[in-house]
Design a protein around this ligand. Structure first.
Ligand code: BDR
Ligand code: CA
Length: 311
């Protein structure tokens, strides 16, 4: 299986991504989970990551706490989408598993240095602060990283936290800027993909029909998470962003995109965190990101539901 580190800020859709990874041991080996401040402050994202591990009886996966705040800007959170705890919707006991003593950034650096070059993939489901800090502190790890698969950004779809920016990039644009200039191969799942993956009533009913405890809790989480989009936009369900990263590693053929140049706006208040995607290669700048745009939505949900049933 492919070795991965999942960097995350759970979040109901982050939880779905973690569960998809846990259910796919044949394809993926999760070396560790690193948490970051994003949807809610770090204390809560670390709590939520451990809640998901315990729900799936995966206390064997170490959880490392990372950055409490973005590299340069002040933290912006998203309780309006995810609720006060970041994982509202289900009533679960506080986690009893401990977080590791080692800092997430040190874990990332040490793991990359101690594994053969090109064997560890980083999956980022939240602001990229931990990865930015790791690359800043230890530039030697850049050529060791097999690939970074990230959820973030948007181009024809626009932004979801400002008109120009997607949440994960907006929270820490400087970290993403550093990553995109590092030469590490990056695959990006922007809103252009994730907004095609709506958790409709029919799809959530299929998850409910699995009948296991993890599936029932996931339904409760999704029903809370959907409320924001349903009330604001009148949609049937909400967009399942973060599991795209894991689905891509399991079944890349579900996605299509283009290798092109992406730059991050870090100066302008109006367009802070905008992903400027050179889709038509008009800039002459070097391609640095595989940007996804197309997705087989039914295939994606078939995969998700088939895997959730294994938990
Ligand atoms: C991203 O922001 C968070 O709210 C979600 O968990 C996802 O990672 C979508 O913009
Ligand atoms: Ca997230």
């Amino acid at each position: 299986p492919r070795k991965i580190i999942i960097d995350t800020d759970p979040g109901q859709d982050d939880a779905a991504a973690l569960m998809l990874a846990f259910a796919s041991a044949h394809e993926l080996k999760v070396l560790g989970i690193t948490t970051v401040a994003g949807n809610v402050p770090l204390r809560l994202t670390s709590r939520n990551a451990r809640i998901v591990c315990e729900l799936c009886h995966r206390q064997d996966i170490p959880v490392y706490e990372g950055a409490v705040r973005p590299m340069v800007r002040a933290l912006v959170t998203a309780e309006h989408v995810h609720g006060k705890t970041g994982l509202d919707g289900a009533d679960l006991p506080e986690p009893s598993m401990a977080v590791q003593d080692q800092h997430a950034v040190d874990f990332i650096i040490e793991t990359l240095r101690s594994h053969p070059a090109g064997s560890v993939t980083l999956c980022t489901l939240g602001p990229m602060t931990n990865i930015g800090l790791a690359l800043q502190r230890a530039p030697d790890i850049a050529p060791m990283i097999r690939e970074i698969v990230m959820m973030g950004g948007g181009f024809s779809e626009g932004g979801n936290i400002t008109p120009a920016a997607e949440f994960n990039i907006y929270v820490d644009p400087h970290a993403v800027d550093l990553v995109l200039k590092s030469g590490v191969p990056v695959t990006m799942m922007p809103l252009d993909v994730t907004h095609q993956l709506m958790t409709s009533k029919a799809r959530v009913a299929r998850i409910a029909a699995i009948g296991t405890r993890p599936a029932r809790v996931m339904v409760d989480w999704l029903e809370f998470f959907e409320r924001f989009d349903e009330e604001k936009y009148g949609s049937d369900g909400g967009p399942l962003h973060d599991p795209t990263v894991i689905a891509y590693l399991i079944k890349p053929e579900l996605f299509s995109g283009r290798y092109c140049n992406v730059e991050i706006e870090t100066q302008s208040e109006l367009t802070m965190g905008m992903t400027v995607v050179d889709w038509w290669r008009v800039s002459g700048r070097k391609s640095n990101v595989q940007v996804m745009r197309g997705v087989d939505a039914d295939g994606f949900f078939d995969l998700l539901i088939e895997r959730f049933a294994r938990l």
